[in-house]
Structure formats: structure tokens, C-alpha cells
Design a protein around this ligand. Structure first.
Ligand code: ADP
Ligand code: MG
Length: 285
């Protein structure tokens, strides 16, 4: 069993009117099964309302399945006595960095998690230092978080989760509120967590460019997993992606259109370099 496993998970929200009577039911996650290996970089894609956040909240026991089961590091998330172990194994980073940072000083903020876990003071400071270094924010440790850019704040949030020594980090659209530079900084930090620190990463995003480094991609639609595969396998299916209301990266789209017009190219081109390489190959051949 992987670090996170879901079996036939269904989640239903009750919609209530002003008096609190149940008006109806929204099935936000519909029979989802997945098994995520320790150390993998997983991306979850899907348009708004496809159920990504609801599924993510099952991965650190913020929500429990209406039906089916979720295991985090082998523990059923419904077992109440495991809640803190689960939250420590699988940390969560949300979209808005302003809602996650509570400290007045960066290093204090990063220390809150381990402090709440009862980590001894000396070790807290070691963890704060290593976590801030891992996301490239160590030189800002004495700064006030309020003065940081969105990308910097989000990296501090990631350091805060990292300081709890999780096995897995789930990031729910961590770059959605950032400018292109902030997005790049955060994605670079996330990749390093996976490459260097060997932490399992689950990145939820609707930016296609951000998934090209993933080992595996799940695409959600209407609460279900509509597609799964490597980024290349996913990007080979341009029409399907369009039908799921997802934007294909420009370079992938260009390659797809060229191929349709008879240019000999491999499927699922992910980067400009790849496209240029393939075109040069053609001229030689
Ligand atoms: P995504 O993160 O992909 O945008 P969500 O998981 O937020 O999708 O939402 C999936 C579905 O569940 C949507 O139809 C949404 O309207 C509904 N939903 C989300 N949160 C709630 C809630 N707290 N109460 C009722 N319905 C909700
Ligand atoms: Mg969401």
C-alpha cells in the first residue's frame, strides 16, 4: 500500500436552506480510487468544481468519506486516535498564503507546527533552519511575513509544513493567487522537496505547465478520475483535455496542430526544447 490510498471514495455535501433543512446533496467525489507511492510527484488537474479540493481534504483527514476508505501511511483516516499521526504524515498547503501565516516573524511562524507537536526547543530551531533553507527563504527568517511577496509567503507556508517532517505534502492550488514569478519560485521549491528531500508531493493545479515534472497525473471531472497517466500520456490527448475544459500548454497545442497538418512529430510534446529538437530531427531525416 502506498503513502496515500483511496478506495471507492464517495463524498457528498448536504446543501441546506436558511432554516438548516437539507435541500439537496452534491456528490463532490464520486467513487475515486488511487494509490500514491512514497516519493512520487503527483499532479491533480481539473476545472473548477471538479472535486479536487474535496478529494485533497480527505488526504489529511479534514474530511472523511461518505462511502469508501482513505488510508494515510497505512492508517484509516476514520480512526480518531490516529488523527495527529495522519496530520503529521500528510501536511497541507492551501491557495491563500495570507490565511496560513500566523506568526509575526517568519522563523516563529515556521516553528509553530513542531512546537504544537511538542518537539524540544533546540530541535525546533534546527527544523526551522533546515525548512527555510529548503525553500530558499532562510535569509528572510527575521522578516515580518506581511512584507513578503505572495510567492515568498507561500514558500514560508511550505516551510511551516516541512518543519513537521511530513512524508507527504498536499498543495491545493498553491500558485493560483501568485504572479508568474511567484509561481515559478513556488514550483521550484516544490520540485526540490520532491527531488532533494524525497517527500511525496501531491500538487493540485489548473496550470498545465506545472504538471510536466509529475511522475503521474490524475485529471478530475465531475468528482471522478477522468484520465490518469504520465504527463506525456495526458498531453497526447489534446481533444480529450479540451473536452474536460482544460487548457493545453501552447507548445503542446502547436505540436498537435503541426502534426495534424502532416509534420512528423511524437505525441505529447511538453516543452519548447522538445519541439525544436523534434523539428531539427525532421530536417535531417
Ligand atoms: P475544485 O476544488 O475542483 O474546484 P471542489 O472540491 O471545491 O472542487 O468542489 C466540488 C463540488 O462540491 C462543487 O460542485 C462544489 O460546488 C461543491 N462544494 C464544495 N464545497 C462545498 C461545501 N462546503 N458545501 C457544499 N458544496 C460544496
Ligand atoms: Mg479547489
Amino acid at each position: 500500500m502506498g503513502i496515500i490510498k483511496a478506495k471507492d471514495v464517495i463524498y457528498e455535501y448536504m446543501r441546506r436552506d436558511e432554516e438548516g433543512n437539507v435541500e439537496g446533496i452534491t456528490r463532490a467525489v464520486d467513487k475515486v480510487s488511487l494509490d500514491i507511492n512514497q516519493g512520487d510527484f503527483i499532479a491533480i488537474l481539473g476545472h473548477n468544481g471538479s472535486g479536487k479540493s474535496t478529494l485533497a481534504k480527505h488526504m489529511n483527514a479534514i474530511l472523511y468519506p461518505t462511502e469508501g476508505t482513505v488510508w494515510v501511511d497505512g492508517k484509516d483516516t476514520r480512526e480518531e486516535e490516529e488523527l495527529w499521526n495522519i496530520r503529521q504524515s500528510a501536511g497541507m498547503v492551501f491557495q491563500n498564503p495570507d490565511n496560513q501565516i500566523i506568526g509575526q516573524v517568519v522563523e516563529e511562524d515556521v516553528g509553530f507546527g513542531p512546537e504544537n507537536m511538542g518537539v524540544p526547543t533546540k530541535e525546533i530551531w534546527e527544523r526551522v533552519e533546515e525548512s527555510l533553507k529548503a525553500v530558499g527563504m532562510y535569509k528572510f527568517r527575521k522578516h515580518s511575513p506581511n512584507k513578503l511577496s505572495g510567492g515568498q509567503k507561500q514558500r514560508v507556508s511550505i516551510a511551516g509544513v516541512l518543519a513537521m517532517h511530513p512524508k507527504c505534502i498536499i498543495l491545493d492550488e498553491p500558485t493560483a493567487m501568485l504572479d508568474p514569478n511567484g509561481r515559478k519560485e513556488v514550483i521550484r521549491a516544490i520540485r526540490a522537496l520532491n527531488d532533494v528531500e524525497k517527500i511525496t508531493v501531491i500538487l493540485i493545479t489548473h496550470y498545465m505547465e506545472e504538471i510536466i515534472y509529475a511522475d503521474k497525473v490524475y485529471v478530475m471531472d465531475d468528482g471522478k478520475i477522468a484520465m490518469q497517466g504520465t504527463p506525456r500520456e495526458i498531453f497526447s490527448q489534446v481533444e480529450k483535455l479540451k473536452s474536460l475544459r482544460l487548457d493545453v500548454p501552447q507548445v503542446t497545442l502547436l505540436a498537435y496542430e503541426l502534426k495534424k497538418r502532416g509534420v512528423d512529430l511524437p505525441d505529447g510534446i511538453l516543452t519548447t526544447e522538445e519541439l525544436v529538437g523534434a523539428l531539427k530531427q525532421n530536417r535531417k531525416g
